[in-house]
Design a protein around this ligand. Structure first.
Ligand SMILES: Nc1ncnc2c1ncn2[C@@H]1O[C@H](COP(=O)(O)OP(=O)(O)OP(=O)(O)O)[C@@H](O)[C@H]1O
Ligand SMILES: [Mg+2]
Length: 243
C-alpha cells in the first residue's frame, strides 16, 4: 500500500514546550488510521501542522507524493486534504444547507446571489439526504444539537471531494446513536476510497473501526500497529498510566 501521508521528524514548540517532538509516522492510502494518546500528547497540534493551520518548526509533511510542509490550509483543502475540529466548527448563522455550499468553496456573496452551480447544489442535496440532515436543511447551524453539528461538519468536509480526511474526536460529546451514525459514514466513505486519520479517546470505537493505531506520547510516536496489540504494549500502558 502506498503512503498517502508522511510525517517526518515534525517539531512544534510553544515557548519551552515541545508539543510535537521529532514525530514521524505514515498513513497508508485507503486505511482508517487512529491517532491516540493521553490528553496533551500533541494530537491536535499535529493535526494543525499537517493541515496547514500551524507551521512546523522543523520536519516535513508529504501528502500524495508532494512536500506540503507549511502549505496553507485552504490550498491543502483544495488538493484533497481536509479535517474537522475538536470543537465542531460550522458557520452558526448560516443554514445547514448553506454551510455545505460554502464548504464547496463558494463565497458568501456567491451564496446570496445564488451563483452556485447546479452540480454543487445537487452534491449538497445528496449529502443532506445521506446524512439525514434534509429535515433540518433550513435551520441555522446554531440551532442544531452538538452531535448534529459534528455530523454537519463531517458532511461539509466531503463537499471538497477529499482523499484524506482528519477527524479530531468525532465522537466526543456525541450520543451513542450518533456515534453509530458517524461510524457508518466513515466506513462507507472509506469503502468508496477516502483515507481517514482519526484522533479519538473512545477505545471501543477505535478498536471497531481503525487499523493501524498510532500512539503519541509527549509529542512522539511510541507505537504503531494492530489495534489488538495496543492495549498490552508496555510503552502505551506507561504513557496512559502517567509513570
Ligand atoms: N496554541 C498553544 N499555545 C500554547 N500551548 C499549546 C497550544 N496548543 C497546544 N498547546 C499545548 O501543547 C500540548 C499539546 O496539546 P494538544 O492540544 O496538541 O494535545 P492533544 O493530544 O490534542 O490533547 P487532548 O487529547 O486533550 O485534545 C499541551 O500541553 C497544550 O497545552
Ligand atoms: Mg486535542
Amino acid at each position: 500500500m502506498t503512503d498517502l501521508l508522511i510525517v517526518e521528524n515534525a517539531v512544534k514548540s510553544f515557548g519551552s514546550l515541545r508539543a510535537v517532538d521529532e514525530c514521524s509516522f505514515t498513513v497508508a492510502e485507503s486505511s482508517i488510521t487512529a491517532l491516540i494518546g493521553p490528553n496533551g500528547s500533541g494530537k491536535t497540534t499535529l493535526f494543525n501542522v499537517i493541515t496547514g493551520y500551524l507551521k512546523p518548526d522543523a520536519g516535513r509533511v508529504s501528502f500524495n507524493g508532494r512536500d506540503v510542509t507549511g502549505t496553507d490550509a485552504g490550498r491543502l483543502y483544495r488538493h484533497g486534504l481536509s479535517r474537522t475540529f475538536q470543537q465542531a466548527r460550522v458557520f452558526p448563522q448560516l443554514s445547514v444547507q448553506e454551510n455545505l455550499v460554502v464548504a464547496g468553496g463558494y463565497s458568501l456573496r456567491q451564496l446570496f446571489t445564488r451563483r452556485v452551480s447546479r452540480a454543487d447544489r445537487e452534491k449538497a442535496g445528496a449529502l443532506l439526504e445521506e446524512f439525514r440532515l434534509a429535515p433540518v436543511a433550513d435551520l441555522l447551524a446554531s440551532e442544531l444539537s452538538y452531535g448534529q453539528r459534528k455530523l454537519l461538519e463531517f458532511a461539509a468536509v466531503l463537499m471538497s471531494g477529499p482523499r484524506l480526511v482528519l477527524l479530531d474526536e468525532p465522537t466526543a460529546g456525541v450520543n451513542p446513536v450518533m456515534i453509530e451514525t458517524m461510524e457508518r459514514h466513515i466506513r462507507e466513505r472509506n469503502t468508496s476510497g477516502i483515507t481517514f486519520l482519526i484522533v479519538e479517546h473512545d477505545m471501543n470505537f477505535v478498536m471497531r473501526l481503525c487499523d493501524p493505531v498510532i500512539v503519541l506520547d509527549r509529542g512522539k510516536q511510541i507505537f504503531a500497529g494492530h489495534p489488538t496489540d495496543v492495549q498490552s504494549n508496555p510503552l502505551v500502558l506507561d504513557a496512559y498510566l502517567g509513570s
